[in-house]
Design a protein around this ligand. Structure first.
Ligand code: CP3
Length: 343
């Protein structure tokens, strides 16, 4: 096993950590914007295997990352379950809502998601045959809680209030939704692995708004169920979990879920992560995305600080969240050069 990403996920401490970036194929790259234009719109790009393969490869060619992440979106799973999905330019996603048992009853069973998602598996197959030998291929899905927050509200929300309200008012519908999403996510990720994904990542972008028992029930338990099912079907498969803004709840997340790697956002200090999280396994993160906009010596200093703080254990270098459309591609190259300066 020589791919640096797979070595780090297997708990090896490497002299230079492998590096990739969340949203590395995205609007900050002119070649991405050109390909999206050819596809027509964002969702057409996701479902076009040839063009989705192309945009996944663009940042690999330009920057030499250690991993490629499948180009798709976490909201394709609700669409495959029968929800309506569209994107409003400049605003973000919109979905038909699930706010009670009647809406829930209209969703399809988890086993039926493959019909809609087949083009995504074709993209994964294309990528598995096209990547340079040292570059690992990451598949992904949204975590049930995060995906549920979009399905319940019909859009992104700053505080996930509609989902919290459904927990309070109709917990059985909420839990039925979490269960169908858990089952669909297992199906979806398993098919990505069969198509050639070597690692999977579960994005729980809104985990930080779950408190107390709700964090255990709706962030930890689904991640544990998904991880266990995938590892049973695909022995040795590495899993990255990202319970974003979990704060103190990052502690013990490896053990509680069985994830090989826990990705951390930039609201926690790398030094704290080294002390409290990294002893349990590989960690990924956690440069603030704004450095990809501002650059300069502050970027270099932050890259070195994070690299050095986490150099005593397995680490995958990444941002704390996705790169933003206003980022300068030259700062991405600078981040990688600084990270690898002594190699
Ligand atoms: O990381 C990657 O490069 C892989 C592709 C990927 C995308 N979305 C492409 C995308 C991944 C892993 C995601 C995950 C995703 N999608 C999450 C979880 C991670 C996170 O960022 O918190 C969430 C919450 C979504 C839902 C989503 N998709 C939103 C809220 C938006 C609109 C906001 C925005 O950034 O414009 C999207 C659109 C989206 N997904 C874009 C990309 C490249 C931008 C769409 C465009 O090109 O216009």
């Amino acid at each position: 096993m020589t791919k640096p990403l797979l070595r780090a996920l297997a708990r090896e401490t490497l002299p230079v950590p492998p590096v990739w970036m969340m949203r590395q194929a995205g609007r900050y790259l002119p070649e991405y914007r050109a390909t999206r234009e050819r596809a027509g719109d964002f969702l057409s790009l996701c479902y076009n295997p040839e063009l989705a393969t192309e945009v996944t490869l663009q940042p690999i060619r330009r920057f030499g990352f250690d991993a490629a992440i499948l180009f798709a979106d976490i909201l394709l799973v609700p669409q495959a379950l029968g929800a309506d999905l569209w994107f409003v330019t400049g605003e973000g996603p919109r979905l038909s809502t699930v706010t009670g048992p009647e809406d829930f009853a209209r969703l399809k069973p988890a086993a039926e998601v493959h019909a809609t998602l087949a083009p995504i598996y074709e993209t994964v197959r294309n990528l598995a045959g096209a990547l340079p030998p040292e570059v690992a291929l990451i598949g992904f899905a949204g975590a049930p809680w995060t995906v549920a927050t979009y399905m319940i509200a019909g859009r992104g929300t700053p505080d996930q209030a509609p989902a919290h309200r459904l927990i309070a008012e109709d917990r059985s519908t909420f839990e039925a939704l979490i269960d169908v999403l858990t089952a669909a996510t297992i199906e979806y990720l398993s098919a990505q692995v069969e198509a050639g994904a070597e690692v999977v990542k579960i994005f729980d972008s809104w985990a930080g708004s779950l408190r107390g028992d709700d964090f255990d029930r709706y962030a930890v338990a689904p991640a544990r169920t998904i991880t266990a099912a995938l590892k049973a079907r695909h022995p040795g498969l590495p899993v990255i979990a990202f319970p974003r803004e979990a704060g103190q709840n990052y502690i013990g997340f490896h053990a509680a879920t069985g994830a090989d790697c826990v990705a951390v956002d930039d609201s926690v200090e790398a030094e704290w992560v080294a002390e409290r999280i990294q002893p349990d396994g590989c960690v990924q993160g956690n440069l603030a995305s704004r450095h990809m906009v501002s650059g300069g010596p502050e970027l270099d200093a932050e890259v070195r600080r994070i690299r050095d703080a986490l150099s005593g254990g397995p680490h995958v270098f990444n941002l704390g969240h996705g790169i933003t459309p206003d980022a300068d591609p030259d700062n991405v190259a600078r981040m990688i050069d600084t990270l690898r300066e002594n190699a």
